[in-house]
Each structure stands twice: as structure tokens, then as C-alpha cells.
Write a protein that binds this ligand. Structure first.
Ligand code: SAM
Length: 391
């Protein structure tokens, strides 16, 4: 890309910043300036867009900023890498596969950068360099010497390094598993992760000072969400789920591949019975799914398709027990389950509690990571508490 493509992109950069400001996700002049000044297409010259092919299969179609510059400045996530262990080429420009990197939805990036509340001279660590676009925004705002970023995929880091240099920034990039922090021996005023972690890693606290803010997506199984935590003098990280909603791809230990999930054999069907909670209730209410994750640690929520093609939302536990509710809403609500019958009773109890408590949103829940690695969440107004499994 040449200087003239940056000039051509300026109206799109300005329009994106204006759109994010109008939507309230950019809330300050400093981040408005950053989004108006850092060219996203330099970091995302090509990406994959999901489409459904003529056989009804969802594929990733390659797109190029050189063909459609405006598309690089839409408020959409742009997938930039696919897991080579799952990838299959469908035609000249389309593949199937699991995404392993992307340029995050700009409105989510803006919301998180605002929530991070950086100040001049703050040193920031980003986990998940990806394309380098977020590092570039941070470098614009703070100065490249205060921006550190780590990604587990060496190829992504190398490409990001080149593109950042092309855009005029040389932040400190490193290759590695970001749950071990950054190899630089320093502490950070802010830590922002753009991949999800199951719990706050010890190393992040090791690179914090009292007052450091950690902003990350915690993945609690059934659901997860963004938490904004402040490290205190006892090395606890304490805070709450943010009103900025968003989920990220999981942190992995391999550079390019996700380990396939292992589930034990499912228990045989036990019974079908009427229920008070439908699949639609679970699908439509994000804070309720988060509450379910507090109630049912280790459980997963997946889609299930039976032999006749009927779809259901299925909860499953590592002990092989499961319970599923049909997606179609015909007739009275039912649940079908196998293994221990208590799983869906927990769902019904959580649904009752959530409704009786006035359907609290996610930011009504606190999150604490204690110095010994244990963690818990609580309902802020009344202190009802759920302990989370240790990392
Ligand atoms: C949503 S992308 C990051 C987007 C990036 N901030 C940007 O502006 O383009 C998530 C990134 O997390 C990286 N990642 C996954 N597991 C990781 C780990 N354990 N440590 C560091 N990075 C990891 C992925 O390789 C991927 O590039």
C-alpha cells in the first residue's frame, strides 16, 4: 500500500471515527483522533468474509482492501487467519476452517480502549497482537515506547511488526503465550487482552502495580464476558463485568491450532419433561447465560442436531450428563435429559433467581481474583456469591 492509499482512506477513517463517536463507543477526543488517524487497511490488507455457498456451506471468502477500501473501515470484525488443522480450500478464493486471528470489531475496540482509561505516560501491555491495529492505536495515543504486545503466533507477530513499521510505529512486540505476560522485565499500568482467558493468569499480577487495571474477556464455559479489574495492594484483582459487551477467541498454547475439545460419552436419554425455561430464554438473555456459567462451572452450551435434523440447545457436563431444549417453539416447553437429573433443575433455579432479582445486567456482577489464584463472582447489590474453579 502506498501513501496515496492512505490519502484515499482518510475519508473512511474519519467516517469510522464519526460513526463510533455517534454510537457512544468513542467517548473522548483522544480516541476519536486515534481512530481518525490510524489506517486500518494497512493492518488488514486482506481478510476472510463469511458467506454461504450454493450448497449451503458457510465458507470464508477472501477479500482485499485493494478491491474495496471502504470495506476495511466498516464496523465489522475482519477474520485474518484460519487454523491450518481445520482449513479446507473450497475454490480459488474460499476456505472453511476455524478462525485463529482477526481485526476486532472497531466499536468493541473503541469501547475497550475507553474503558481502559489510559493516561499520558501509562505503559500498556496488550495480549493478542493479531494484525497490530490495536497496538497502532495505542502507539498513536501513548507513544510506541509505552506499548508492549505479545501474540502466540510468530508469523502474525512478524507481519504485525512490518505493518506497524510501515505505519510509523515500533512498539515492543514479542512472541509467546501471553498468559505468561511479556518477556520485558517491567510492570504495566494497564493490561488489555484481546483473546479470552479462563482465569486471570498469575503472570499478569506479577507485571502489575497496585492500581493497574486489567481488562480481559474471561471465558467461564457456558458464557463469559469482559471484566475490568483493578489490582490492589494485596495483589487481588477486583472489579466487575463491563457494560461494553463482547467476546474474544480463546487464548491457546499452540501457535496456530486449537486443541479439539474432549467430551466424555454422553449418558443415555433418561426422560423428557415440561420446563419453565426455553432455548429462546437462554439464547436471548446474555446476562442469564453468564449467571448459568456461575452456577454450572465446567459445563458447555452447544447446538445439537438429532437424526431428524431438529435443532436443540444442549447443556453438557464433563460427567456425561446433559439436558437439551428444542429451538422450535411449538407447544409447551420441554426439556430432554440424560444422566443426573439435577442439571436442568439448576437452570430453572437460576432462571427463577434472575427474574425475581429484576433481571440484572452483566455489570451488576463483580469479579475477584484473589492473590492465591482463587476467584469468585458476586451480585453487587446483595452480595450473593458464586465461587469459580481455580485456574
Ligand atoms: C482477536 S485477535 C487480536 C486482535 C488484535 N488485537 C488486533 O488489533 O488485530 C486474537 C489474537 O490472540 C492471539 N492469541 C491466542 N492465544 C494467545 C496467547 N495464549 N497469547 C497471546 N496471544 C494469543 C491470536 O493469535 C490472535 O492473533
Amino acid at each position: 500500500m502506498t501513501a496515496s492509499t492512505v490519502d484515499r482512506a482518510r475519508p473512511y477513517m474519519a467516517a469510522l471515527a464519526e460513526e463510533l463517536s455517534a454510537a457512544g463507543t468513542i467517548r473522548s477526543r483522544r480516541w476519536d483522533d486515534a481512530f481518525s488517524s490510524v489506517p486500518r487497511h494497512l493492518f488488514v490488507p486482506r481478510w476472510y468474509e463469511q458467506e454461504t455457498d450454493e450448497r449451503g456451506i458457510a465458507v470464508w471468502r477472501e477479500r482485499r482492501a485493494a478491491d474495496d477500501l471502504a470495506a476495511a473501515y466498516r464496523d465489522t470484525t475482519l477474520v485474518t487467519a484460519l487454523d491450518p488443522a481445520t482449513v479446507e480450500q473450497v475454490d480459488d478464493t474460499a476456505w472453511t476452517g476455524i478462525p485463529t486471528s482477526s481485526s476486532t470489531l472497531p466499536s468493541l475496540m473503541a469501547g475497550m480502549l475507553e474503558d481502559l482509561a489510559v493516561e499520558d505516560r501509562y505503559r500498556v501491555l496488550e495480549i493478542g497482537t493479531g494484525t497490530g491495529y490495536n497496538s497502532a492505536l495505542l502507539s498513536y495515543r501513548l507513544g510506541e515506547h509505552l506499548v508492549y504486545s505479545v501474540d502466540v503466533d510468530p508469523a502474525l507477530v512478524e507481519t504485525a511488526r512490518q505493518r506497524l513499521a510501515e505505519a510509523g510505529y515500533v512498539p515492543r512486540l514479542a512472541v509467546g503465550d501471553g498468559s505468561h505476560g511479556h518477556p520485558a522485565e517491567c510492570t504495566f499500568d494497564r493490561i488489555i487482552a484481546t483473546c479470552s482467558v479462563p482465569a486471570i493468569p498469575e503472570a499478569w499480577l506479577g507485571q502489575s502495580r497496585p492500581g493497574t487495571v486489567v481488562l480481559t474477556d474471561v471465558d467461564l464455559g457456558i458464557e463469559g464476558g469482559l471484566v475490568r479489574l483493578t489490582v490492589d495492594s494485596k495483589w487481588r484483582a477486583l472489579g466487575h463485568f463491563t457494560t461494553t459487551g463482547g467476546r474474544f477467541m480463546a487464548a491457546r498454547t499452540d501457535a496456530t491450532t486449537y486443541a479439539a475439545p474432549q467430551w466424555p460419552e454422553r449418558a443415555p436419554i433418561a426422560a423428557t419433561r415440561p420446563t419453565t425455561v426455553t432455548a429462546a430464554d437462554i439464547r436471548a438473555n446474555y446476562p442469564f447465560r453468564l449467571l448459568l456459567a456461575f452456577h454450572l462451572p465446567g459445563a458447555q452450551l452447544v447446538y445439537h442436531v438429532d437424526d431428524a435434523g431438529a435443532m436443540a440447545l444442549q447443556l453438557q457436563r464433563p460427567d456425561g450428563s446433559w439436558a437439551r431444549a428444542p429451538l422450535s417453539a411449538d407447544g409447551p416447553a420441554t426439556v430432554t435429559y440424560g444422566g443426573a437429573p439435577g442439571l436442568w433443575r439448576e437452570v430453572e433455579a437460576a432462571w427463577r433467581w434472575w427474574n425475581d432479582t429484576g433481571r440484572p445486567a452483566q455489570d451488576r456482577f463483580g469479579y475477584s481474583r484473589e492473590a492465591d489464584g482463587s476467584a469468585y463472582v458476586w451480585h453487587v447489590p446483595d452480595g450473593t456469591r458464586w465461587d469459580l474453579p481455580s485456574a
